[in-house]
Write a protein that binds this ligand. Structure first.
Ligand SMILES: [Zn+2]
Length: 108
């Protein structure tokens, strides 16, 4: 079974690192947009939640993403994108790349 991103409609909640990366990437963009005054807070929270759900196979990654979401919801503190990215790369080294976000722990 695979996730829905591969066209498999039998299960929409099988862990998929590609989808984790996709939702984390979306949240990165959206939280950056919140910083610029756009009303995307709920969308960003939703994407972080989706990333949580898609990372069920990797409990440490799931926990870090969950903690990041809860922290963002409670304190408006942006996730530590670099840490999350490093965990993804640790699972799949082919997903290496530079994290553009330069202020991982800023307050919004
Ligand atoms: Zn997927």
């Amino acid at each position: 079974m695979g996730c829905s991103c591969k066209g498999n409609t039998l299960s929409t909640r099988t862990s998929c690192l590609e989808c984790v990366e996709k939702h984390v990437g979306a949240a990165t963009v959206l939280i950056g947009e919140v910083l610029n005054g756009y009303p995307y807070r709920l969308l960003a929270i939703g994407h972080l939640h989706e990333a949580e759900e898609e990372s069920d196979t990797w409990p440490a990654l799931r926990m870090v993403i969950r903690q990041a979401r809860v922290r963002y919801q409670n304190n408006n503190t942006a996730p530590n994108w670099k840490r999350i990215h490093e965990m993804i790369v640790n699972i799949d080294p082919s997903r290496h790349g530079e994290v553009i976000m330069t202020r991982p722990d800023y307050l919004i």
